[in-house]
Design a protein around this ligand. Structure first.
Ligand SMILES: Nc1ncnc2c1ncn2[C@@H]1O[C@H](COP(=O)(O)OP(=O)(O)OP(=O)(O)O)[C@@H](O)[C@H]1O
Length: 353
């Protein structure tokens, strides 16, 4: 995939020419697809430091704001980018300015750290000014929200998209807190129902994950593990066990054969294993399948039922093995198991060695 598959040619060209980032990586493709025009879904992106999350957040925001300015040049602010520190706000604002430079019509951008407010021409005095894009800390955004005479609420009510970098730091409290910070909650509550939320972070504690998935129920979750990393693991499983003649079922360029071919090889018994993502396996019926091995812990009971339910079908027996990585995952696994109908599956647990 290329940048221009996701954003307008002018932005795609700016990413290549001004940032020297020639192509999106697998994680960015996975994140941009649901986040972009057409789908505009909420996004929760969890990917390691230095993997390029900034562009995955910034590009949907810039595309959305540029489109809005094009359609209604007189419209006020339509997007907000939040970051946890002044330095990061300034860094993101600089990247956004670099990408927006020369666009016609121009997109106005302000930068608000709570302590200082800067616009295109330098320091600004007026916190109620409404640019097309505001890059701010939570304190800066809050200052804008509380601007006098209801202007702040009006500004928030016009936000079409909000991106939050280091979302755990901006929105969540201490590592074990399952509630969002009250000021973050207040800001989110002031947004209109249709606002798109784009969240990125390198790491989430299980409590922060609970808090964010509870608040952003409709968010598409993209993690590196679910994209490049996962495909890498899947490819290695296939390569390192040639005796299984495994078929690999996944979408995108990493798939060595078409989905239909992979499924047919497994269904006919030519391939003795099918290595696939949970999404790709959903609904598939293989009457002879006796063992499902879940490499990743399912996120919820629905995910578990759909994956485990590929075996033990039509009254036959089946075995499901789930690899759990940590004490927290064992706890979550027990919770999932407790939610299943008693007759659906039987489990035996062995301590990990
Ligand atoms: N597709 C890509 N190909 C090559 N380099 C890229 C790509 N996308 C981003 N980069 C570069 O990778 C570097 C790290 O990107 P970025 O700052 O977005 O990481 P991050 O995931 O936000 O990390 P952190 O979690 O530490 O903030 C930047 O210099 C960026 O220009």
């Amino acid at each position: 995939m290329r940048w221009r598959d996701f954003v307008r040619p002018a932005l795609a060209k700016a990413v290549r020419a001004r940032l020297s980032v020639l192509e999106p990586n697998a994680m960015q493709c996975e994140a941009l697809r649901p986040a972009m025009r057409g789908e505009a879904r909420d996004l929760l992106l969890v990917a390691q430091t230095g993997s390029g999350k900034t562009l995955a957040l910034l590009l949907p925001l810039l595309e959305s704001v540029t489109r809005a300015v094009e359609q209604r040049p007189s419209a006020a602010c339509t997007a907000l980018l939040l970051a946890p520190s002044d330095v990061l706000v300034e860094q993101h604002a600089a990247t956004a300015r670099t990408l927006l430079a020369g666009l016609d019509p121009p997109v106005e951008l302000d930068c608000d750290t709570g302590a200082s407010l800067t616009g295109v021409g330098g320091l600004l005095e007026d916190a109620s000014r409404v640019p097309s894009l505001l890059v701010a800390t939570a304190a800066g955004a809050r200052r804008r929200l509380e601007a006098s005479g209801g202007a702040g609420r009006e500004w928030a009510a016009r936000l079409a998209a909000v991106a939050i970098d280091e979302a755990d730091a901006v929105l969540c409290g201490r590592p074990h807190d399952t509630a969002l910070r009250p000021d973050a909650d207040a800001l989110l509550d002031a947004l209109p129902a249709g606002t798109q939320h784009l969240l990125a972070t390198a790491f989430l504690t299980s409590e922060h994950e609970v808090a964010l998935t509870r608040r952003f129920r409709r968010a598409v979750r993209v993690s590196e593990h679910s994209t490049a990393g996962q495909r890498g693991v899947m490819g290695r499983l296939v390569a390192e066990m040639p005796q299984l003649r495994a078929a690999l079922l996944c979408e995108g360029a990493a798939a060595p054969e078409g989905s239909a071919e992979a499924v047919a090889r497994f269904a006919s018994g030519e391939a003795r294993a099918l290595v696939c993502t949970a999404a790709a396996a959903r609904g598939l019926d293989f009457p002879r399948l006796r063992h499902v091995l879940l490499f990743d812990m399912p996120k919820d009971v629905a995910g578990f039922v759909h994956s485990a339910g590929r075996t033990a079908r039509r009254g036959k027996e089946g075995l499901v093995t789930c690899l759990v990585e940590s004490g927290a995952e064992v706890g979550r696994f027990r919770q999932l198991h407790a939610l299943l109908p008693a007759r659906a599956l039987e489990f035996s647990a062995a301590p990990a060695s």
